[in-house]
Design a protein around this ligand. Structure first.
Ligand SMILES: [Zn+2]
Length: 488
């Protein structure tokens, strides 16, 4: 049951009809010595393929160990099922419908602040290395950063191709194995940041679990060695709407798990570098998260960007701040990935950093009361549109062409406590929660549309031109809405 949180905390400011909380009574960590902040994002990592989220394969020993040292959110829903929109929500706290970065060329409105901009304003040295062209600086992600490395992994690969059999033919970003390059660059950025003597914000984005599923040796054969079929983990996008037979599908999962295991080893190396800090590891807040999950045929689809069912939006989220946050704590209440921005905004008391439908996680991180709140997720690409609203164990899905307030919107409702796979549609006019959930979803949508207008999100100036190289890199990710071909 959703509760307005104004029962819990003191001061309430109402903006655009939605409660925006000023957590007057919330105890916050001591900020006499501001912490370094490391945000580790692993692209396309669904929560239930991670050991500390209950997965049966040993995909993630480093992440599992890290979770034991911090606070794990058992139910974190990404607010977007597509990379650019998802990371923009993490950095702004805004839902995709509000920030509007939902296509290849959309960039953030200059009037919408980002976490990195605000951190720089309070004295942080901000650096990043990213490995997905959809998280490029030119879309607004680079704001506030001293150095935003969105090119090294691609240049490395493209230079390597000069000596390849087919020079000049780019094989596609999806086939890159970039984790080691990301780790190397992140360590360099760490060294540079430490020399400044300032607190730093390091954003490290890993890409490998994203399709294609081509982990390097020995991870390519770590799982499912006995498979003898035709799936090699490449060109999965052509099967997006046509999941292959169960045995082939299982092999794709195994190859995806190999990618996770490879990336987990990289994360382990990065964490060791962070923890070997000469200034002491105890004052670094490390957040590990993913931008969306990955489907393996659960609702007739592969990959992500198809829906907001759990397989595409349930992601890991773990916070570690030694000496401040309790080790090994698990939070059962559902949260959203845009809550990261709201949490940092509260810690630093950012000025004029308003978000709708994001909330600070400090009560959960520090062990205070943390009631249910609605989480809204957005598919973002491909038609029809698909939004979901999560309230406690209920998940309401809405499919629509342009706006969910039209009569042709189709709804589905699931209780994930009894039906985690979201198969038994409970939608019925007399369901006791139906009207309340629908009206909450429509209210969020209209608030996002209003915010969009205020920030001129749809102005032509907020679309960027991609050069040929940038377009080729993005196309290499495989987000093409082709009907696909049937599996052999
Ligand atoms: Zn992604």
């Amino acid at each position: 049951m959703h509760r307005r949180i104004d029962h819990i905390v003191g001061v309430l400011v109402v903006m655009m009809g939605w409660p925006v909380l000023v957590e007057a009574e919330q105890k916050l960590p001591d900020m006499t010595r501001p912490p370094n902040i490391v945000l580790i994002a692993i692209d396309t990592l669904r929560a239930d393929h991670v050991g500390c989220y209950g997965y049966w394969r040993p995909t993630s020993p480093s992440i599992d160990r890290f979770a034991g040292e911090g606070v794990t959110f058992d139910r974190c829903y990404s607010v977007a099922a597509w990379t650019k929109a998802s990371f923009m929500s993490m950095m702004t706290g805004q839902l995709p419908a509000a920030h509007g970065c939902k296509s290849d060329v959309d960039a953030l409105s200059p009037s919408m602040p980002t976490v990195s901009e605000r951190l720089r304003q309070v004295g942080y040295y901000c650096v990043a290395v990213v490995s997905n062209p959809l998280v490029g600086a030119k879309f607004g992600f680079g704001r506030g950063f001293e150095k935003y490395d969105d090119y090294t992994v691609f240049l490395d690969a493209e230079l390597a191709l000069l000596g390849a059999e087919k020079p000049g033919q780019y094989t596609g970003v999806g086939e890159l194995v970039s984790g080691a390059t990301v780790t190397r660059q992140a360590k360099r950025l760490l060294e540079t940041a430490r020399k400044t003597g300032k607190p730093y914000f390091l954003f490290v984005h890993y890409f490998d679990p994203h399709d294609s599923y081509v982990p390097p040796a020995p991870y390519d054969r770590q799982f499912d060695r006995e498979y003898s079929g035709g799936m090699d983990g490449r060109d999965v996008n052509s099967l997006r709407n046509f999941p292959p037979p169960p045995r082939d599908l299982e092999h794709l999962r195994a190859r995806y798990d190999g990618e996770i295991a490879y990336e987990d080893a990289q994360v382990g190396q990065l964490l060791r570098a962070v923890d070997e800090a000469p200034e002491g590891a105890n004052n670094t807040l490390v957040i590990l998260v993913s931008d969306h999950g990955e489907a393996f045929g659960e609702h007739g689809k592969l990959l992500h960007g198809n829906s907001t069912y759990s397989e595409e939006v349930a992601v890991p989220m773990i916070w570690r701040w030694r000496g401040v946050l309790p080790a090994g704590r698990r939070v059962k209440t559902a949260v959203g990935t845009n809550d990261i921005a709201a949490t940092l905004a509260e810690l630093f008391r950012f000025n004029r950093f308003e978000t709708i439908h994001a909330r600070s996680l400090w009560p959960a991180l520090l062990g205070g009361p943390f009631p249910d709140a609605d989480i809204v997720s957005d598919k973002c690409i491909f038609f029809p549109m698909h939004l979901s609203l999560t309230r406690g164990n209920l998940r309401l899905h809405a499919r629509f062409a342009n706006s969910p307030d039209k009569a042709d919107t189709e709804y589905e409702l699931y209780d994930v406590s009894k039906d985690p796979g979201e198969k038994q549609n409970l939608v019925a006019p007399d369901h006791p929660q139906m009207e309340s959930l629908k009206s909450a979803l429509l209210r969020v949508w209209s608030q996002c549309m209003e915010l969009r207008k205020q920030h001129h999100v749809d102005a032509p100036a907020n679309q960027v031109r991609l050069d040929d190289k940038e377009r080729r890199r993005i196309q290499g990710l495989g987000y093409t809405e082709t009907p696909g071909k049937k599996a052999k």
